[in-house]
Ligand binder design. Structure first.
Ligand SMILES: [Zn+2]
Length: 201
């Protein structure tokens, strides 16, 4: 299961911060809830595209000694299962949906001038689907917004709260993905095979 790393900062700072497994070691298991320090379980690597960065980052993993499941700490600038950083996606969506730029201009605003337009359309489609749920979920964090539709309302809220702050809130408190979980991880970002196993007593 993916949790968000408590660290806030740049990719470079993140890479340095995760070299010490004790520094952000979770003090309990979010899956079985046992109050016991999790054991360091190495890293996995994932690709990430951010402003001025296109490469691989390490993500620290921990193992729960009781339920034997792993927990990974994803940095707040990365979204589960999406290769592009939250910053890139936020710049694109804001330019396209809030400022009514063209697809090409929105891609340029996100420093992705060579991006295929289908990628941006994919983000837009997912965001439109999520917008009503986002507007509702983020209401406790944002001042009331007057907007013509859910898409504009959700964007205004995200801009005022801060995208990374909102992403942290959604994932940590509601297991909600800013652009919606894909079918294989729906509804809460956990692999369905685990959930469909033995139901909790
Ligand atoms: Zn556990």
């Amino acid at each position: 299961m993916q949790m968000l790393h408590p660290f806030i900062g740049s990719i470079q700072q993140y890479s340095e911060a995760i070299s010490d497994p004790d520094r952000y070691r979770p003090d309990h298991c979010p899956l079985c809830k046992v109050q016991q320090l999790l054991r360091g379980h190495g890293f996995y690597c994932r690709t990430l595209v951010d402003l001025g960065f296109d490469g691989v980052i390490r993500v620290r993993r921990y193992l729960c000694l009781l339920c034997k499941r792993t927990v990974s700490l994803l940095p707040g600038f990365a979204l589960p299962w999406l290769r592009f950083s939250l910053t890139v996606i936020a710049l694109f969506l804001t330019a396209r949906l809030l400022c009514a730029r063209t697809l090409a201009a929105a891609a340029a605003a996100a420093s992705q001038t060579a991006m295929p337009y289908q990628r941006g359309q994919f983000w837009i489609r997912r965001f439109r689907t999520q917008a009503p749920a986002l507007s509702l979920a983020l209401a406790p964090l944002a001042a009331p917004v007057t907007a013509p539709d859910f898409v504009a309302r959700a964007l205004h809220m995200l801009e005022s709260i801060g995208w990374i702050v909102a992403h942290r809130f959604l994932l940590a408190n509601l297991r909600m993905h800013l652009l919606g979980w894909p079918a294989f991880l729906a509804p809460d970002g956990r692999v369905a095979a685990i959930r469909s196993g033995t139901p909790p007593a």
